[in-house]
Ligand binder design. Structure first.
Ligand code: G6P
Length: 608
């Protein structure tokens, strides 16, 4: 949440900052601003609304200078108006600060500073930090930042500039990500690499409690207390085209269409058809240790929590290991039992979700190996986990997760195969799984050719204000995911339920104004789900069914049938979720919603 970018070099930095902010806009987009050292002092431009508005206001008349910081905000303290937008300045007007995170003790810090004569203009916690740094400033910005941060409770990723040290930016992190970009005679700090990928692929990821000073000529990493830290320089693997729309109207649509390739990237090189086995070297566990796992806890939030549920069904059925799925925010604040033999998997697209990170640390504190299923390479969860599986979905920019979900499910399938084959799964079963998995990309392509029908359905139903999504078994979590997609991007109230649970409450809502999306593939629960459909029909509910190709029975019961190819039941959500994503997308477009940046949401949730 909130995006930060900073540049110290030899080029005019306004365009670099604005371009970086646009690429970080998925992190928050209620206001934006820049602070540039223009040779005379700190010049700030900020504005409520999206970055395009800020950019428009700067047109031809922006601050000029070669050192600057920028910010795109997702409001926590104080309304998202221009006054509360970042950067914030200190009392002298010489220091500017951008901040991602929350200063939890800002109330007491503010009271103390006020008693010492500081005057505040905004409602933000960030302005308090700017004044606190001012209090300690004696000509060395990093020292003042370090002293101030020692008094702060909460989370932060920050970048600070000071008029008296015009070529320097100080960055620091605790709980909110910050990466340093290395160039020739120029350096960057940013919340993530997408902001700087256009300029450099050489980066250093800061860890919690670390501080960096960048200047055009170099960078120096220390602890917040000033002890030198040697950090490894890493090479970013993403390409610039991957973070651009490439002709699609929205990132979300592009990412939906990328799924045949992204899931292939997830399992490529990890499964062997001939032997029906899988290798996951990144788990950092020997075979005998993997065999000793007798319980798994899978932790995540949002969409990642839904894929975790599919993982639970897979691992219990095919690897025979008891699995529990936990919301990260719940796990971290209760006292979960984590005995010897338990392994925790944390699932996170961004690898930065604060609750998931905290839950992982809690699992580690209890002595359990914590393994990550993460998309963003070099993210905090990826670095702090004891091992894991990169899902290799590539950059996901649309706030509503799509390709990361299917790659998470594919990675969980590979994990199930790896653990299952060390237990009771036969070579033949293993081969069947690999065969089915390798067919999925082509089957996805087939579904993606059928968008016209889904667009028509979307047009016909976009005016409804409620939707119900029902599925059973592996497709119950898919129903939850379908409902979440619709909620997130079209603001329609939608609920996902196990189909049989409908009778215990939601059935009361059903009438001719309630569209019900059934995921009704031909598996062991098929006949039961047909009965559930009858129950909806009897109450005049409108039925949109996702069914297995060739199924004619469903046609008699549903108002619309979207067909998906047949596959192994555990892999079926990889196919059924595509029409659900597309339905949500086209309904949102039909309603004129901002698909990639839905209101109130952010992609990377780095506050509790
Ligand atoms: C936010 C995003 C969701 C995402 C969730 C968990 O709510 O809007 O799309 O599923 O965070 O994110 P993670 O990066 O941990 O998977």
């Amino acid at each position: 949440m909130c995006g930060i970018v900073g540049y110290a070099g030899h080029q005019d930095c306004l365009d670099i900052l604005v371009d970086g902010l646009k690429r970080l806009e998925y992190r928050g987009y209620d206001s934006a601003g820049v602070a540039i050292l223009n040779g005379k002092g700190v010049e700030i431009r900020k504005m409520a609304g999206k970055i395009a508005q800020l950019e428009g206001s700067l047109n031809g008349d922006g601050p000029k200078g070669v050192t600057g910081i920028g910010h795109t905000r997702w409001a926590t303290h104080g309304e998202p108006n221009t006054l509360n937008a970042h950067p914030h300045i200190d009392g002298s007007g010489k220091l500017a600060l951008v901040h991602n995170g929350i200063i939890e003790n800002y109330g007491s810090l503010k009271a103390k500073l006020e008693s010492e004569g500081h005057k505040f203009e905004t409602e933000t916690d960030t302005e308090v930090l700017a004044h606190l740094i001012e209090k300690y400033y004696e000509g060395n910005l990093e020292e003042a930042v370090g002293k101030a941060l020692n008094l702060v409770e909460g989370t932060f990723g920050i970048a600070v500039v000071h008029e008296d040290e015009p070529t320097k930016i100080v960055g620091a992190r605790h709980g909110s990500p910050l990466v340093v970009g290395i160039g020739d005679g120029e350096h960057w700090v940013a919340s993530d690499v997408s902001a700087i990928l256009r300029h450099t692929k050489q980066v250093v990821y800061l860890d919690d409690g670390e501080l960096v000073v960048i200047t055009p000529d170099g960078y120096r990493t220390t602890t917040i207390d000033g002890h030198l830290r040697d950090k490894e320089v890493q090479e970013v693997e993403w390409e610039l085209e991957q973070i651009e729309k490439g002709g699609y109207d929205h990132f979300m649509l592009k990412e939906i269409f990328e799924q045949p390739d992204s899931i292939q990237n997830t399992y490529r090189g990890r499964v062997v058809l001939e032997d029906g086995i899988a290798h996951l070297g990144g788990l950092n566990m020997e075979q005998h240790a993997l065999r000793l796992i007798d319980r798994i806890i899978i932790i995540g939030c949002g969409t990642s929590w839904h894929s975790a549920m599919i993982g639970e069904y897979m691992l219990e059925e095919y690897a025979g290991i008891p699995v529990e799925v936990e919301y990260a925010s719940e796990f971290r604040y209760r006292n979960p039992i984590v005995k010897q033999g338990t392994v925790c998997f944390v699932i996170s697209q961004s690898g930065e979700t604060i609750d998931t990170l905290a839950a992982m640390r809690e699992a580690q504190a209890k002595g359990a190996p914590a393994l990550g299923l993460v998309n963003v390479v070099g993210s905090t969860i990826a670095r702090e986990s004891d091992g894991g599986v990169y899902i290799h979905a590539g950059p996901e920019i649309g706030v509503a997760s799509t390709k990361a979900f299917t790659s998470q499910v594919a990675a969980l399938a590979v994990l199930t195969l790896a653990l299952g084959r060390l237990r009771n799964l036969s070579q033949e079963q293993g081969r069947t799984m690999v065969q089915a998995l390798e067919k999925i990309p082509e089957q996805m392509r087939q579904i993606l050719k059928n968008t016209e029908q889904i667009q028509e359905i979307a047009k016909a139903y976009a005016h409804h204000n409620n939707f119900l999504y029902l599925g059973r078994g592996y497709n119950f979590p898919a129903a939850l995911e379908g409902a979440l997609k619709l909620k997130e991007i079209s603001y329609i109230h939608a609920e996902g339920y196990p189909a049989a649970e409908m009778k215990h409450g939601p059935i009361a809502l059903i009438d001719e104004n309630m569209p019900v999306v059934f995921i009704c593939i031909q598996d062991s629960a098929y006949d039961k789900i047909l009965s559930n459909m009858e129950e909806v029909r009897a109450r005049k509910g409108k039925i949109i069914a996702i069914a297995t190709e060739g199924d004619t029975k469903v046609k008699e019961k549903a108002d619309h049938v979207i067909y998906v190819p047949a596959t192994e039941k555990m892999l079926s959500p990889l196919l059924t979720v595509l029409p659900l994503q597309l339905l949500a997308y086209y309904i949102a477009v039909e309603r004129g919603c901002d698909v990639d940046q839905p209101r109130n949401l952010a992609k990377s949730v780095t506050v509790e």
